[in-house]
Design a protein around this ligand. Structure first.
Ligand code: C2E
Ligand code: MG
Ligand code: MG
Length: 687
């Protein structure tokens, strides 16, 4: 027998190549599952080629590691055939196993037989390619063992590859698997080599490929595998980024569309309307022209709602909206801005024109509506403000048209009034209102109600949101929509906000002292407060006064406030973050914000607006949108809170999407602190 020595450096190199190949093949086939159609096929072919060339390279480096007393030469035909067999076998085997996204034993067996057979064929044709004058002497047992190893190694390799087919399998897992696969491939090869023996009189024949040439081949093909896979991975990640960006863009569009329209009637909503109003004002200022704002409220709608239920009420609103839409000019802007409140922007520029328009609208609503089996009747009260006579600013026009609308209501409904200064409600002049609010603060007429924020999965209350109320001595309990706009207009909001912050912190300190020190408190900030220079000082001082940990205070700013001056907002948010206070973006989804922009906001929490929650189960809504917001918020490491959860259906739906912190009537309405006991707070849900 001829004495054979082994070059240990090349042996190690061959094993290393086996490992590298496995790793790169695993990485490539992982992409198959993420792709479809022709791209999936390309990845499959790429992965198969990598695996085939890798097995082949390992085989030949292994052969070159075997030193005779003369340099070896190889037949080109067998050598090329061995590459082709290895590559084709690997591609087909991977295709058999990966063509369906489902694992079956049958496919695995079939794939292993193909891969094993190609590995065996490659090995033994490669050996047959040796240009020697004596036949190789084969030992049976190692041959059989090498064949068994080839088949079982193939099965193991394909099985692992399938398990790790998801891209998120992790590098470490892939590394370990590649080690196992590499060892299996090398094991098969070296047992196969062990089966071959050479007669001592053996001579190498001239011609064919020399070792040197083959080394270059092997080197090149290894480079090709690694290079092409690297290149592929680069292209893939580029594609992934651009796909992600376009998906985000598309989602943003959907979000914007949804954020600007009322889901029930498909009319513009308040946000879009206010935008249009500002546009109208700009244009009218430039052209010295005028236009009208009509504020409309349905009379008798509440009665319908109470008597027949929300479902019928909603259907009636849809009918009314259609009717109004048919009566207005297509270029006019009609919006729904509240339960039964509509507004219209019209180019009608004279009192005569706008009166005619108002009459048409009132008349359009007069006939009976048939909703399901009911004959329903409502009427319309309209208030009109004209630019520039009744206001030169959006707020002023809205306020005055609203006052005119109340005037219509108070003078018998079903009609319209054009604004006159006398219509401003008595005692509602700015100065008087300011005084009244001031009095409210100083006479302790303001109250805070608290609404729990609940983790529905663990059934634990994690905090409360403080919501301001005005206990008016004559007019009863007033919700913030009745007085906050005035407070903002008059600047009283700063004083009011300071009171709210102080009171909320005082209450939280009490709860903490009673043992519920895990609770946090959420306090709403208006835009003016948020932009106020002394905000940081105020917050720090209040926290110190009540010895509260800063991270137990969550300041809520609406998305609109945050996006008003994004650069400034980022600065303020960073300052708040620096003192350890948390920040929530409130009413998310109602403004215009680009989700991409939001990424730069150092906030800690995202409160998904009620409108989105409300749309759950609604046939026209796209459930992907909600799940996308949740997914994105998670990517940005934001805590997500769903606002306005009103039913079990909504709760379950949200939990399934992975959002389990909820706030809403389904669990509890906002309640005065006297109704909250630490026992319920500490020991979880009441519902
Ligand atoms: P917000 O911060 O988004 O607060 C949530 C509002 O949704 C509250 O209305 C709450 O009562 C209501 N809500 C909660 N769960 C449900 C539900 O399941 N269904 C429905 N339909 N509504 C639900 P509220 O108390 O009338 O407050 C309205 C807004 O006024 C607040 O919206 C907030 O922007 C503002 N606000 C309230 N308190 C303050 C305050 O102290 N300061 C400032 N600046 N704004 C405040
Ligand atoms: Mg809020
Ligand atoms: Mg909100």
């Amino acid at each position: 027998m001829m004495h054979v020595t082994w070059d240990s450096g090349l042996v190690i190199a061959s094993v290393f190549i086996a490992f590298l190949t496995s790793f790169s093949a695993l990485d490539t086939v992982a992409r198959v599952t993420d792709s479809r159609g022709i791209k999936a096929l390309l990845w499959l072919v790429g992965g198969g080629a990598a695996m085939g060339i890798g097995i082949w390279s390992m085989h030949f480096i292994g052969m070159m590691a075997m030193h005779f007393n003369m340099p070896m030469r190889y037949n080109p035909i067998e050598t090329i055939f061995s590459i082709v067999v290895a590559v084709l076998g690997s591609i087909i085997a991977l295709w058999v196993v990966f063509r369906h996204n489902q694992f079956t034993l049958k496919n695995l067996l079939l794939g292993s037989i193909i891969l094993g057979t190609s590995a065996v064929a490659m090995h033994y044709t490669g050996m047959a390619g040796l240009r020697i004058n004596q036949p190789i002497i084969w030992y049976k047992t190692p041959i059989i063992i090498s064949i068994v190893i080839a088949y079982s190694a193939s099965a193991v390799a394909l099985w692992f590859a399938f398990q790790l087919r998801n891209n998120d399998a992790g590098v470490l897992n892939r590394f370990i698997t590649a080690l196992v696969m590499g060892a299996a491939i090398a094991g098969m090869h070296y047992t196969g080599m062990y089966a071959a023996h050479f007669d001592s009189t053996m001579q190498v024949l001239p011609g064919g490929l020399g070792s040197q040439r083959l080394t270059i081949w092997v080197f090149m093909s290894t480079l090709v595998i690694l290079g092409s896979n690297l290149f592929g991975a680069m292209i893939e990640s580029q594609l992934r980024v651009s796909r992600m960006a376009s998906k985000l863009k598309q989602n943003n569009e959907e979000l914007r569309q949804m954020a600007l329209h009322d889901p029930l009637t498909n009319l513009a909503n308040r946000t879009l309307f206010e935008d249009k109003l500002n546009d109208y004002i700009q244009r009218a200022k430039q052209n010295s022209s005028s236009f009208s704002l009509l504020y409309m409220d349905l009379d008798g709608f509440k009665m319908v709602n109470d008597a027949y239920g929300h479902d019928i009420g909603d259907k009636l609103l849809v009918e009314v909206a259609k009717c109004l839409n048919a009566a207005v000019n297509p270029s006019d802007i009609l919006a729904r801005v509240g339960g039964d409140e509509f507004v219209l922007l019209s180019y009608a520029g004279s009192e005569a024109d706008v009166s005619r328009l108002a009459e048409t609208l009132v008349a359009a609503i007069e006939p009976e509506f048939t909703v399901e089996t009911y004959e329903l009747r409502v009427s319309l009260s309209i208030g009109i403000a004209m630019f520039p006579a009744h206001g030169i600013e959006a707020r002023e026009m809205l306020f005055n048209s609203d006052s005119a609308m109340y005037h219509t209501k108070n003078s018998g409904r079903n009609g319209f009034s054009i604004y006159q200064p006398s219509m401003s409600p008595i005692g509602r002049s700015q100065v008087q209102l300011k005084n009244e609010l001031w009095r409210a603060i100083h006479n302790n007429e303001l109250r805070l109600f608290y609404q729990p924020k609940l983790n529905v999965t663990s059934a634990a209350i994690i905090g409360y949101e403080a919501l301001v109320r005005w206990q008016h001595p004559e007019r009863g309990l007033k919700t913030p929509d009745k007085f906050l706009p005035i407070a903002e207009q008059t600047g009283m909001i700063l004083l009011l906000g300071e009171w709210v912050l102080n009171e909320a912190c005082r209450q939280l300190a009490i709860w903490h002292q009673q043992g519920a020190d895990h609770l946090s408190i959420s306090v709403n900030l208006s835009a003016q407060q948020f932009e106020q220079k002394s905000l940081i000082y105020l917050v720090t001082r209040t926290l110190e006064e009540y010895c509260l940990a800063p991270d137990k205070l969550i300041l809520e700013i609406t998305e609109t406030t945050a996006m008003r001056y994004p650069q400034e907002s980022i600065k303020i948010l960073e300052e708040l973050k620096a003192i350890g206070v948390q920040v929530a973006i409130d009413d998310f989804g109602t403004g215009y914000s680009s989700l991409l922009y939001l990424q730069n906001m150092p906030a800690t929490e995202l409160k998904i607006d009620r409108a989105f929650i409300n749309s759950i189960g609604h046939k026209d809504t796209d459930p992907r949108l909600l799940s996308m917001i949740i997914e994105l918020a998670k990517n940005m490491n934001l805590n997500i809170v769903a606002e306005g959860v009103e039913s079990e259906e909504q709760q379950t739906y949200l939990v399934n999407l992975g959002c389990d912190v909820h706030q809403g009537y389904y669990f509890s309405r906002p309640v005065p602190p006297s109704e909250i006991t630490v026992a319920t707070t500490k020991y979880q849900a009441r519902a």
